[in-house]
Design a protein around this ligand. Sequence first.
Ligand SMILES: CC(C)(COP(=O)(O)OP(=O)(O)OC[C@H]1O[C@@H](n2cnc3c(N)ncnc32)[C@H](O)[C@@H]1OP(=O)(O)O)[C@@H](O)C(=O)NCCC(=O)NCCS
Length: 159
Amino acid sequence: MTAFTIHPIANADRPATLAFISEHWGLPVVSRGIAHPAHEYPGFIAWKSGRIAGLITYHIAGDQCEITTLDSIMEGLGIGTALIHQVSEVARAAGSRRLWLITTNDNVNALRFYQKRHFELVAVHRRAIEQSRQIKPSIPLLGFDDIPIRDEIELEIRL
Ligand SMILES: CC(C)(COP(=O)(O)OP(=O)(O)OC[C@H]1O[C@@H](n2cnc3c(N)ncnc32)[C@H](O)[C@@H]1OP(=O)(O)O)[C@@H](O)C(=O)NCCC(=O)NCCS
């Protein structure tokens, strides 16, 4: 089995990054009422056999680093964990004091995944997705396991 390699998103990767994020999330990516052009953000790509196997983007503002997207399309190989590790190293080097992200209440797999990787729940922003839908009407009503997508759940690691 071929291993994966991880590289920062290069200029040449931008079209593929746009296509990948459009397919997985749609654009813009909305969190805390902010529309993020995540396809233009810095990040890392996990490559496997010449294809994108995972992608993470982040946004540093002040002393905080937000993970704006994370996807692995070859799950259970350590790709998601490795991508988070890369961003936490960058955030630390940039002097960020907090690595944080938003996931939605339906994404129980992500809540499990992040908590096993030292993220702590810091807030439930109840019904925040109503505001997100005003920016991005394409956010579906139902998410994983047909759970209504309603709340933003904020997780963080103190760096
Ligand atoms: C959440 C997500 C990013 C995890 O990515 P992933 O590549 O499967 O993550 P990993 O492989 O690092 O870890 C997943 C599991 O595989 C296991 N694993 C890691 N390396 C492994 C290996 N070499 N062999 C077998 N299993 C392995 C891990 O132990 C982990 O299990 P655990 O959570 O019980 O510890 C992925 O499921 C995903 O893209 N989900 C959809 C999008 C999403 O929800 N994104 C986050 C929204 S904010």
